[in-house]
Design a protein. Structure first.
Lengths: 312, 293
């Protein structure tokens, strides 16, 4: 993707713009951009198992929510150093993902997705009801975030740096031999098994990594928004993140990030005019599924390839 | 709690199971034959409940209004699903499950906002008809609300009618054949697209019927689709995809786990049915009964 010089130059330009963003943008847009980055990271982590792994991870937000709750609970209920709160999020996300993965991974396709969504709903139900520990359906508000990242700009730079590092790591994983094997399993699990690949183990590892980075995204949400609430683990949010992957294109590495940016920007614009945002999103989705089944980036790449073929 | 109170709680729980069964059997039919994980099913259930409110209101809250709603609300839902199926879904049957899941999720978002647009966001209530008010005395001290008894009678009847439709009618037989091998059914000269359309509409009719029947027992409100659709998906999965009796068994497990869970541990009652589902799927990952695919 970024092998050619032009693509790399565009990437550097975007990074510089992102670093300078708080200097010229109003506060609300800085907040919005932080959300775009962390939802983009969440969608990209989902895409590791969805687009590259070919697994129907229907309920990815559980790991995001659990990571956010881990950070929030340590910050509010204990005197531990905040660094533990930030480390707890990815670790709890990865742990939960590993446990759920062990139960689900022997199933395939729709059955995998359904068992995953029922396990996730179980976690949601516990968080939703356990008032004394998680705050129940009220959630936790006004979480004391360390001062240096407490301001809007501080939170933005923290999010930008963590997201940047995470995206770089995910990029390395996708292009590593492990990532290539994962794509091989997606395309033909039986053949991969025949040439001696441990399919289930690779899938389990991918699920754990995806849970890890979903936890990172959850931790970032706590820093940006200083709240957590049980809707973060509800299945509708998971499907919204799936939509982000779809809109951006789940066969491209940066597709989900673009999808998150498109959906969140659209939501902000539409919400200023009408309360019927869900209606607009539903219609957009239907149109995307009909006309852009590979997402925006997939469509552009296809166009680019066609152009190159015509030149040659 | 005394034994009679306990038993009547179980019976009330069972009558809720009837509604879960009716909605899930429709979902199961659509999943089994068309292979669409129809997230919009819950929204159709919600529309059924709101339509029941409008119809009973039109008749001024009389008993005739209830019976008119019993027929009219599901038919209204069936009409909506017919339009959606012919206009959009029929072109996308060959797509991946995940695309269909997202497409139907898109429709559930659209339906949800349309309900908000038409009926507004306030709570609505539907009165139990006068004939079905009051209690029945089943045993010495065992009282049961008459409406719940009505549901308990209706459940087996619906199961029997559905069994008739799937096993004894021509269209039911064709749809079962199409569930196994749709290309072969097309090759012998049957218009598979219409078979799928009819099956879809029948499934959605059941969603509307479930919504209509639940309306007198709860307050009808936006968002009632979200928990229900998750519950019916889980019921269909633990019962076995596409198996009508599986939907009945799954609804029984889910509904009883719910009502008994609330009796035993009120705070975490909501957790029990999900735990039951996880338990079933850990040992029988493809559902308790044989699935159609």
């Amino acid at each position: 993707m970024v092998k050619n010089g032009q693509g790399r130059r565009i990437l550097y330009a975007i990074l510089i713009l992102l670093f300078l963003f708080p200097f010229f943008a109003p506060r609300f847009y800085v907040y919005l951009m932080s959300l775009v980055l962390l939802y983009g990271l969440l969608a990209t982590s989902l895409n590791l198992v969805l687009g590259y792994g070919g697994m129907f991870q229907f309920h990815h937000c559980v790991f995001y929510g659990v990571g956010a709750y881990a950070t929030a609970l340590i910050l509010t209920k204990t005197q531990l150093h905040p660094i533990f709160a930030f480390l707890a999020a990815p670790l709890s996300g990865a742990m939960l993902s590993l446990i759920m993965g062990i139960i689900c991974v022997r199933l395939s396709r729709l059955y995998f997705g359904m068992l995953q969504i029922s396990l996730g709903s179980l976690v949601w139900a516990i968080v939703y009801r356990w008032y004394s520990f998680t705050g129940g359906d009220d959630g936790i508000h006004g979480i004391p975030v360390p001062e240096i990242i407490g301001s809007t700009n501080g939170a933005y730079y923290f999010t930008l740096i963590i997201t940047g590092i995470s995206m770089f790591l995910l990029y390395l994983i996708v292009n590593s031999p492990f990532g290539k094997t994962l794509q091989g399993i997606r395309d033909n699990a039986l053949r991969s098994e025949m040439i001696g690949v441990n399919v289930k183990l690779h899938q389990l590892a991918a699920l754990t990594i995806a849970g890890f980075f979903a936890g990172v995204a959850g931790m970032l949400f706590v820093v940006v928004d200083t709240t957590v609430f049980p809707e973060m683990l509800f299945w509708t949010l998971s499907l919204e993140v799936l939509i982000m992957c779809l809109v951006g294109g789940w066969f491209s590495f940066l597709g989900p990030m673009l999808g998150a940016a498109v959906i969140l920007t659209l939501r902000t614009i539409v919400s200023t005019y009408t309360v019927y945002w869900a209606l607009v999103l539903g219609i957009t989705m239907t149109l995307v599924i009909f006309f852009l089944p590979n997402g925006i980036l997939g469509f552009l790449e296809e166009r680019l390839m066609r152009g190159k073929k015509a030149d040659a | 709690m005394d034994l009679y109170g306990f038993l009547s709680q179980v019976l009330v729980g069972l009558s809720r199971t009837v509604i879960l069964f009716i909605v899930s059997s429709g979902l199961s039919l659509i999943l089994g034959v068309l292979r669409i994980p129809n997230v919009a099913h819950g929204s159709l259930y919600m529309i059924g409940a709101f339509a029941a409110y409008s119809i009973t209101k039109f008749f001024g809250g009389t008993d005739i209004g209830f019976w008119a709603a019993l027929l009219g609300a599901p038919l209204f839902v069936a009409l909506i699903s017919f339009i959606a199926e012919r206009a959009v879904f029929q072109f996308l049957y060959e797509r991946e499950h995940i695309m269909l899941l997202l497409l139907t999720f898109g429709f559930s978002l659209i339906f949800g906002d349309l309900v908000k647009l038409v009926w507004g966001g306030e709570y609505k209530t539907v009165a139990v008809p006068k004939v079905l008010q009051g209690y029945v005395l089943l045993f010495k001290h065992l009282h049961l609300p008459l409406y719940n008894a009505f549901l308990l009678v209706l459940g087996p009847i619906m199961a029997f009618l559905l069994w008739l439709f799937v096993n004894k009618t021509k269209i039911g037989k064709i749809s079962r054949a199409a569930a196994v091998d749709r290309e072969m059914v097309g090759a012998v000269g049957i218009n598979v697209s219409w078979v799928f359309g009819i099956t879809f509409v029948v499934g959605c009719f059941l969603a509307g019927l479930g919504g209509m029947l639940v309306a007198p027992t709860i307050s009808v409100t936006l968002g009632m689709d979200h928990t229900l659709i998750m519950e019916s998906f889980l019921i269909v999965i633990i019962g076995g995809l596409g198996n009508i009796w599986g939907a009945l068994l799954g609804a029984l497990i889910f509904g009883l786990a719910q009502s008994l869970g609330i009796l035993m541990w009120p705070k975490f009652g909501i957790v029990f049915p999900y735990a039951a589902v996880v338990l079933v799927l850990t040992f029988k990952p493809r559902g308790l009964l044989k699935s159609t695919w």
